[in-house]
Design a protein around this ligand. Structure first.
Ligand code: FES
Length: 66
């Protein structure tokens, strides 16, 4: 699925960099991918994707006893 139509950025690209670059904003991740936002309508959704991916890392791991 595309997050940014103007720059043809896929959700998978954003998710991967959200983990690799945990301090970067959506705009900074776009810059790493070599693009700048054009219309900017995607930035809120891109940030939601980034936040969701980072939240997965912060979620506690459930331990199961055997
Ligand atoms: S859709 Fe991302 S800049 Fe336009």
């Amino acid at each position: 699925m595309y997050v940014c139509i103007c720059n043809a950025l896929r959700e998978s690209q954003i998710r991967e960099l959200a983990v690799e670059r945990p301090a970067d904003s959506a705009k900074e991740i776009y810059a790493v991918l070599g693009v700048d936002p054009d219309c900017g309508t995607c930035l809120y959704y891109a940030q939601d994707v980034i936040d969701a991916e980072r939240a997965k890392l912060a979620a506690p791991v459930e331990l199961v006893s055997l």
